[in-house]
Write a protein that binds this ligand. Sequence first.
Ligand SMILES: Cc1ncc(C[n+]2csc(CCOP(=O)(O)OP(=O)(O)O)c2C)c(N)n1
Length: 575
Amino acid sequence: MNTKNIKFLSGNEALARGAWEAGVKFAASYPGTPATEILESFVQYKEVDAQWAVNEKVAFEVALGASFAGVRSIYSSKHVGLNVAMDPLMTSVYSGINAGFVVVTADEPGMHSSQNEQDSRLIAKFAKAPLLEPCSPSETKKFIKIAFEISEKFDTPVLFRMTTRVSHTKENVEIEERKETEQKKFEINPPKYVMVPANAYKKHIALEEKLIKLQEYSDNSDLNVTELKDKELGIICDGVTYLYVKEKYPSASILKLGMVYPFPDKKIKEFVSQVNKVVVVEESEPFIEEHLLQLGIKCLGKHYTYRVGELKPENIKDIIEGNPKTDYPGPSRKPVLCPGCPHRAVFVALRKSKVIVSGDIGCYTLGALPPLAALHSTICMGASVTIFESFSKFIGHDKVVGVLGDSTFVHSGITGLINACYNKGKGVLLILDNGTTGMTGAQPNPATGVTAKGEKTKKLDLEAICKACGADHVEVVDSSSETIDIKLKELLPKDQLSVLIVRYSLCKLIDRTKLPAPKFEAGKCKKCYMCVSVDCPAIFKDEAGNIQLKSELCAGCDVCVAMCKFSALTSAKKS
Ligand SMILES: Cc1ncc(C[n+]2csc(CCOP(=O)(O)OP(=O)(O)O)c2C)c(N)n1
């Protein structure tokens, strides 16, 4: 092997590399674990116009538009992101594409950083789109190229399912040259591109016929591989599970599905006829298992307990022996806001005010955890504003506050704010504007004024847009607890909808500017523990009940200093 042609790549990096080699010219995404690094990897390729879109629906549509315009194009997001893009997905399978179009969804079994676990294989069946699923970074690079070929051969978007382990595992991957693709002409063709009922009806008939052809392809494709060994045990699996099975049952016969939908029915039946016991080993939902049952094939699937959480190599034996899962491992450590995070002071003020807080998804969701415990609902991106509208109507606008970040506001908060203003909602909405998409690793968004490629661009004026949405009062404030406290007291009783844009000069984590840690005088400490109630990793109570301040972790925000009534903690900035 020529080592010059080898790169140590994660699954996400291999995916971007493979798509680049396949001549992709456009990539759009919205950040989200475990998919974020896909778009971040595309940024390095000058031939690819790579963009962070404002949300996944927009990302999907601009990418589909690029395909219609004639260039190979790719969409990527985390699993819940595809929910946001479901509307265009469901109809783009009717219209079909022009140049190859691949839709990547990165599922997160175990939800290390998500609000739920979803199995996107079910979306393939629902949307009637083919779905490919690799087991490793090398296979990801190989499969993504095939995905573009399938897309063009069958005139369809192709779903490409990654999972956390495949996205984030690294291995040596053989790299190849880019194969440039000619831009295809966009032919005006309303029966194909205009999905009104009369056209869509015909397209639905065509789609059903296309699925039969895709099933034939799946049956004949090398993406689905039979490995016949010991005929006592035949295992059907897909994705990373294949590697676990190989590790634990190296002598078993295996049918590995790389094209999971449409199912290769003939290959499945043939495999089953050659082995004595059939077991399906799959992560998340019993997608393959249920299909086998539909085909009338007797097989052992997994106990329902394995639908929750990641599948681990050590689970394989229990699944094959039909044992339920007995442990649901919890998170290994409590997530916490970074030292110096300006969100902290806001939640200290919200906790003090005793308001009910409808929250959202971002770093600030950590304000829900004790001891801050000042965020009381989180469902999906943008839902802080809409739930806040109903809270304010049915609980009282002087008792509730909505909180979301700048990226989330642009993603799906704006429509909620228009709705709240239009429908006469009242109360106080806080937009925590740290100028970045912090939670997913500080990607720029329209309120940052920088593109994915790091170029300066038009910066969204949050104040102007809130006013245009219909907010009665819009004000930019700093993030100190005192300011938030004063503003809440002033604005909550008012019969109006107020938006407070809590603007931080810079997210301290990204800025890395460290201000001096406060001084701590143990002799003055009365052990009231108010300082540790701000939930900062830099200040904590030791086993003996004494306060410990780790100055090497401290970012000098002084939120703990403000909590100390006995002057045991004093700001180093003042002296
Ligand atoms: C539909 C969907 N897309 C993406 C994500 C991943 N995600 C979680 S929070 C977040 C945005 C956070 O940015 P912001 O609202 O500015 O808050 P910050 O983390 O900077 O405080 C993203 C992209 C998600 N959970 N759901």
